[in-house]
Design a protein around this ligand. Structure first.
Ligand code: ATP
Ligand code: MG
Length: 287
């Protein structure tokens, strides 16, 4: 079962009735289909974290609604806990929130809170550890003595272990080296492929979302600037650049080639497509 997520006219004001009043979200509306992978991009302070904190009821809208399978998540405030199990949120640098003395206990925290019995919890912890590439030898280790990348995997596993229908990741790969980024992103894509889970991936990296997203939501000063397939978004390079963002490195190169009269599609955005395009140019003797 995978949920359709809809955001309807969402506004969020910080510091209402104070001199510091700030409208962080201004009439944000969009809808995500079950199983879709959405990349959320925007400059610092554009409202990405504020937006996703509303998806599982961690923040309450100043106005507007969040619908999960057509039902307002705040329809019954007593049931907001259930929404937090259905919509899993992984914050930026989640490794700072580890607190149990073993990897197993940390990952088991969420499913235990869901009221599952010990066997079901164990099954979920084992499954989640496998998804994030942590072997059984990590079970009884202290999360605090692991590397940065491994700690982050423990934190992600703790959310995955709740088997959320929607998984939201804020700056999943921040601070990791390129190989660590690739691996972690690959694991999330594999998790999504195997579970059919909807994924919202907040990222500073256009290159990262270009590789994996079905659609890209571009935030600008608290409103939705664009929400479309990557090819359509990157075809509007000037608009992207005007709001302080860049197109993927691959797209930059192909725009330069096109400008120089080389017959290529200037809005190519995936590395594999770029490679194929270059190979066929070479075959045709044009490069
Ligand atoms: N708790 C808060 N109180 C007051 N203002 C806040 C609070 N949290 C965020 N803001 C402000 O709201 C706006 C949106 O912030 P938000 O953190 O959602 O942006 P973001 O797109 O996630 O930024 P970043 O890319 O830096 O993570 C910013 O102007 C920020 O300063
Ligand atoms: Mg943020």
């Amino acid at each position: 079962m995978n949920a359709k997520l809809t955001v309807e006219n969402l506004c969020h004001v910080y510091g209402e009735n104070t001199p510091f009043r700030l409208a962080a979200l201004d009439d944000v509306s969009f809808s995500v289909a079950p199983g879709e992978l959405i990349g959320i991009i925007g400059h610092t302070g554009s409202g990405k974290s504020t937006l996703i904190s509303h998806m599982n009821g961690l923040m309450k809208p100043t106005s507007g609604r969040i619908l999960l399978d057509g039902a307002d998540i705040w329809a019954d405030p007593q049931k907001i806990r259930d929404i937090r199990f259905r919509v899993g949120l992984v914050f930026q640098y989640p490794e700072h929130q580890l607190f149990e003395d073993t990897v197993y206990r940390d990952i088991a925290f969420g499913p235990t809170n869901m009221g599952l019995d010990e066997d079901a919890v164990r099954e979920r912890v084992e499954e989640a550890m496998e998804f994030v590439g942590l072997g059984p030898e990590y079970r009884n280790r202290s999360p605090f003595e692991l590397s940065g990348g491994q700690k982050r995997r423990v934190a992600i596993a703790g959310v995955i272990a709740m088997r959320p229908e929607v998984l939201i990741l804020d700056e999943l790969t921040a601070g990791l080296d390129p190989r660590g980024c690739q691996e972690l992103l690959g694991e999330i894509c594999e998790f999504r492929r195997r579970t059919g889970c909807t994924v919202l991936l907040v990222s500073h990296s256009m290159d990262e979302v270009a590789e994996v997203a079905d659609r890209i939501l571009v935030m600008n000063h608290g409103h939705v600037e664009m929400f479309d397939a990557p090819g359509k978004v990157f075809a509007e390079a000037e608009r992207i650049e005007a709001i302080g963002l860049t197109v993927p490195a691959v797209t930059k190169v192909f725009r330069l080639l096109a400008d120089r009269g080389i017959p290529v599609n200037p809005s190519i955005f995936r590395r594999a497509d770029a490679l194929n395009a270059l190979l066929s140019l070479r075959k045709g003797g044009r490069l």
